[in-house]
Design a protein around this ligand. Sequence first.
Ligand code: ATP
Ligand code: MG
Length: 491
Amino acid sequence: MNLRDHLSHEVFRIIGLAAEQAQTEAYVIGGFVRDLLLEGGSASPKDIDVVVLGSGIALAEKVRQAIGRDLPLTVFKNFGTAMLKWDDTEIEFVGARKESYRRDSRKPLVEDGTLEDDQNRRDFTINALAISLNSENFGDLIDPFGGLRHLKEKIITTPLEPGSTFSDDPLRMLRGIRFATRLGFQIEAHTLAAIQEHRERIGIISQERISDELNKIMTTGQPGRGFLLLDETGLLEIIFPELYRMKGVEEVDGQFHKDNFLHTLKVLDNIAKETDNLWLRWAALLHDIAKPRTKKFEAGIGWTFHGHEFLGAKMIPGIFRKMKLPLNEKMKYVQKLVQLHLRPIVLSQDTVTDSAVRRLIFDAGEDLEDLMTLCEADITSKNERTVKRHLQNFQIVREKIVELEERDSIRNFQPPISGDDIQKAFGIPPSKAVGVIKEAIKEAILDGEIPNQHEPAYRRMLEEGKSLGLTIQQESGDGRGEAEAPAAGDR
Ligand code: ATP
Ligand code: MG
């Protein structure tokens, strides 16, 4: 097969010529070739991996000279590789190599090798496809392991014996599951069995790399499939025990609860259709994570998971720390969504009161839309009528949110009376009383007893102060007078 017509980017000819001048050979290999054969490729590809018989760094320098522009070139001496950046295209050059592994590390011993040696060291047959850039056979596909057929048949399998492939570098197990998930491919039976057999080897891989692969699985179109494969291979129990513990159903007195693991994966796949936001997807994956720990069978009621949203939110920092996921506002965002994930549901089941919606707007703040997206993804009933009813109820909640927001500006709530106002009004220092009065005003606004405006809030402040035995020192706190109270949201 010749793919000359697909190598439209100028750089391919330039690399071929530079290699020829250096009396060597160069090939494009790996992800670029795979994606080209799957999707027809693009005129300006993002990543191109080039393998050369000889020094990757030397060829990269020659190619840069030949292009004649001051393109950024990064050299990784330790790895013998170099990366050339041409506009948005990153071209990585590596010398063909032969690798051998020791038992305790995924860092191989490396020596120079042939193209075949280099294809042998690749993780999957679909990633070992190479295309010649040399003038005598420019564009020829070099496919020693049937990678092209595996692309057509949608199969993930290894070039060499799968057991040693995975044992040598166990990260490949996760890469295999990631590619199967992203491309919708099957992992070939012996390959799958080899992952099962060598699953414990994942222990030599750093958590950063494991989480990096998990995140890549999370960003695919149907991440749930990836977690099913992790479970099927036995990797899930090792790398994500909290999720593993959600598996299974229990029965008491003929009553079953649903399988929380399968439910979670359904929610994850649902939300993946609605958003690319990785952290919203993580919130979906973790929303019920505390169900195993809160599960109870209560006579006359059935299975309950009381407080799983609060315990779940509490579990998030521990999970993020262990997984080496960011311990910053992303984590707080996931925590918040997990903690609030039942609120819109409760709301949509009762008659929807203004004050309940106002409290939801206040608590969710700028993440309210994402929370609603999570809640809608959380509907996994097989009964279409039930699904429809829930969605309609959420629609009512959404409409109420819009209506109240227009009226009350609760989102990003700023108290209409500040602590400073209270201190001045009663001539008191910062103290507990100030907090009590502030809280009482906030509650009155959220309950709809007073509007979110300065004047009525000021009056409420005076009442609250009086009931605490405080006396007014300065009649209209900040000198603005009650008549000219600012509009809601001004402060
Ligand atoms: P992506 O689209 O995710 O970039 P890719 O196939 O290009 O997919 P990379 O991680 O960029 O993946 O690696 C480039 C190539 O290097 C792969 O196609 C594969 O041939 C080889 N490779 C990468 N990691 C490994 C590994 N752990 N073991 C063996 N070969 C690997
Ligand atoms: Mg790549």
